[in-house]
Write a protein of this length. Structure first.
Length: 490
């Protein structure tokens, strides 16, 4: 037996047939468009980080010592010259990080109110953190001893309570798990920039994360337990997977994926299990990994502010405004992706007022504009093109195209006038919009919907050669036919 309580397993032949796991992405995930991630942990007690900037905009040599992610507090305070270390010394003295687990009360935790807020905001799935890099589990995870929320701190199975509330609210339930890092089971130096590396390769460097067979078994049994207990619709792993576990034998990653798909046939997994393994969808984060926002299924994840975990230093200056959030969601969806938007509750379990206000405003907008977001696909560019001046994004669903515009008023839309029925333009409230055509496209005046937020206009699609879509028929893209190819459905 090893120090984690499991027998070490040696990785067999590394030539694993990952291609055998390939399959179409389940439609529910492609249709969902908006999910909510929840970072809630012992790090929510100090809740402190410097709001230096969004990931992808901060230099790597600055990032680790001035990390804007409050959930990385344990790593950041290990630098003797970091402001977080000085803050910790002044406020908590020489207190150990694990003391925060005991101070995590969750006394205001009301999962039903959380999920009601998420559902009204238009989310269709929710993904709480089950174990972050600090190794503390939000359920009675095997092998964690007392470092979980059932034994200490809240003394509750928080995942079970969130899962129950989410499914009652009609949301799909997934789990985040940090398979790549667990600072409690290693004695490695603090994560810092390595020579000839960037932020991401520094964190994933095998010299600075647990890669052994014992930890691979430990992580495997955690995820297997999550599958058995909660049947998550999403397995969202972070950073990496221990290298010794990337095999197809017992306690191997290939076997874990097979077991998961057997138990949850419409489940999906992300792409952070290691290069050349398996995924159902790619992920970007804030401004980083934007190259993954390409063909196929993908998801952009980010916080409402610059941190995932609650950061008491942040205020409205550091958060997405409702307008920016509506525009960001629309932009992601118009390019074929999902948005996974994070909330960071306080240690007591309250969603901070500033974050809740943004979600409430998003819900006001989605109450009207959800048809232009949910269940849509990108509109082919030869029909209409997005632009930033004026700000316009396009989506399509069934026989309709949607134009989402930030600035109501007179607009000129660069569109193919033989592909849109210009007489069909209506707002989301059903108000008919007069449209004129000229050689450059359409000219119309869009009335405001909600002050400061985008408005949406719906058009009926025409098929090539037809002046309008025949009654009783719908037009949809041919999946393998390329942009602009359509067929009729009675």
């Amino acid at each position: 037996m090893d120090k984690y309580g499991f027998k070490a397993v040696r990785a067999p032949d590394p030539r694993v047939p990952w291609d055998e796991l390939r399959r179409p992405t389940p439609e529910w995930f492609r249709d969902a468009k908006l999910g909510i991630m929840i970072h809630w942990g012992a790090y929510s007690v100090p809740a402190w980080a410097e709001p230096t900037g969004e990931l992808g905009t901060v230099d790597g040599n600055t990032w680790f010592r001035h990390n804007p992610y409050a959930e990385w507090y344990w790593n950041t305070i290990r630098f003797k010259d970091s402001p977080a270390r000085e803050h910790h010394r002044q406020v908590y003295g020489d207190a150990a990080y694990d003391d925060f687990l005991d101070d995590w009360t969750a006394d205001e935790f009301d999962p039903a109110s959380w999920t009601a807020l998420f559902a009204r905001a238009g989310a269709r799935y929710v993904i709480p953190v089950a174990k972050h890099h600090d190794g503390i589990a939000l359920w009675n995870a095997p092998g964690t001893g007392t470092r979980n929320t059932v034994a200490r701190g809240p003394r509750r199975d928080l995942l079970h309570e969130i899962q129950t509330a989410a499914r009652r609210a009609g949301l799909q339930f997934g789990v985040y798990y940090s398979g790549g890092l667990d600072w409690h089971v290693t004695d490695l130096p603090a994560h810092d920039m390595l020579p000839d590396h960037d932020i991401f390769t520094s964190v994933r460097d095998p010299r600075h994360r647990p890669v052994d067979a014992a930890y691979a078994a430990y992580a495997y049994l955690h995820v297997r337990d999550l599958i058995d207990r909660y049947r998550p619709s999403v397995l969202w792993n972070d950073i990496e997977w221990p290298d010794a576990g990337k095999h197809s034998g017992a306690l191997g990653l290939m076997e874990l994926f097979r077991y998961y798909y057997g138990e949850v046939p419409d489940g999906v997994v992300n792409d952070r299990w290691g290069d050349a393994t398996h995924y159902d969808f790619r992920t970007s984060e804030y401004q980083a990994h934007r190259e993954k926002e390409q063909d196929g299924s993908w998801e952009n994840c980010r916080g409402i502010g610059m941190s995932f975990g609650y950061n008491r230093v942040e205020d409205e200056r550091h958060l997405l405004s409702p307008a920016r959030l509506c525009m960001h969601l629309t932009d992601v969806v118009s390019r074929g992706g999902n948005l996974l938007l994070n909330v960071g509750p306080t240690a007591s379990g309250a969603i901070p007022q500033a974050q809740a206000a943004v979600l409430t405003r998003l819900g006001d907008w989605m109450e009207h504009c959800a048809p232009a977001i949910h269940d849509t696909r990108p509109l082919p560019e030869e029909i209409a093109r997005s632009s930033d001046e004026p700000w316009i994004r396009w989506t399509t669903a069934g026989s309709h195209a949607w134009a989402i515009v930030q600035s109501p008023g007179p607009l000129r839309l660069a569109v193919s006038t033989d592909r849109l029925d210009t007489a069909s333009a209506v707002t989301v409230t059903g108000e008919v919009i007069p449209v004129t055509e000229d050689s450059d496209g359409l000219v119309l005046t869009v009335p405001p919907l909600i002050e400061g937020l985008p408005a949406a206009v719906r058009f009926t699609l025409r098929l090539p050669g037809l002046s309008a879509l025949p009654a009783g028929l719908a037009a949809r893209p041919v999946p393998s036919g390329g942009p602009g190819r359509w067929h009729l459905l009675a």
